[in-house]
Design a protein around this ligand. Sequence first.
Ligand code: ATP
Length: 368
Amino acid sequence: MASLSLQHVTKVYPNGFEAVKDFNLDIEDKEFIIFVGPSGCGKSTTLRMIAGLEDISSGTLKIGDRVVNDVEPKDRDIAMVFQNYALYPHMTVYDNMAFGLKLRKVPKQEIDKMVREAAKILDLEKLLDRKPKALSGGQRQRVAMGRAIVRNPKVFLMDEPLSNLDAKLRVQMRTEIAKLHQRLGTTIIYVTHDQTEAMTLGTRIVVMKDGVVQQVDTPQNLYDKPGNLFVAGFMGSPQMNFLDADVEVNGDKACLKIAGQSIELPPAKAKKLIEGGYGGKKVTFGIRPEDVDDSEMVVSTSKAVFESTINVYELLGAEVYLYFDLAEFPITARVDSRTTARPGDKVKFAFDVEKIHIFDKETEKTIT
Ligand code: ATP
């Protein structure tokens, strides 16, 4: 059993700074949990408290059924992989992986078996005699993983393990880590500020900001149903477009007035605004770049069409990003690469009204 539970966990550093505030999370056995958020939001601090490298100021941390607040890091049955790998430069790959086991006085034969097994899983068998300086970044990262695997921990903690690798290797190692998770079936908690890693690896993602958990959900739900403006803006690249809008209610219908134009909302969305008493109020309107389309077919059938002049055209191979302004708000559209739109062109765009997000201007919480 490698479930974890954090209840009302708080971290106040000696200088009085509250880095983590009332963190609550139950992690099930075999989950791949991602902590994501901007720099300084408290991801590493939380991970380090789980590892036992930082004291917990208040709250309870359980691994399985055992409260481990005061248990030494080495007795917590966890293994941590850091971004700088921390390999011993004078030792071979084999010895780097065997080191922790030797310290724990594991019999030599057993160590050999465990190291060779891990080397096989990580495709390091041919590199066992090399020293770290004779390895590539990705190979070093695999050795660091190997050192964690041989300990056969119940929980893996990984703090931005791929941040020192180049873009191509990152993608490769990301796949490796996903495979490793399937193969080992252990619980993994993984810190990153890369939201592609978060989306592709996590079974659930914890989004943090200023030491506070904003939302815990599956990658798909976080993307489709962000709970507030921050999560909506943080998850997704290019990020969601935001504009100010005025709500106009008429009977059981509701419209959003954006850039001098009214768009009628689908009944379910209208209902939420009417029930919430938003008639006559200002809200924040959000739409993802892929839900803004310039194709003639979509524009000709849509009821939410706007016109603007293209500022920037970016070709990314299969798709194109078009940048323009609507009223004073910058908008990005992610469209098919066959678009003929170019900078300076006046172009018609359609918003997919089924896909729009609406947020309360004051609380920044999602209305619909
Ligand atoms: P990054 O993505 O940049 O690594 P993070 O989300 O992991 O950031 P933490 O390293 O957990 O953030 O830090 C959270 C906050 O706590 C930051 O504002 C940081 O400056 C502060 N902090 C970290 N260590 C200490 C310390 N020893 N004393 C005081 N404040 C600290």
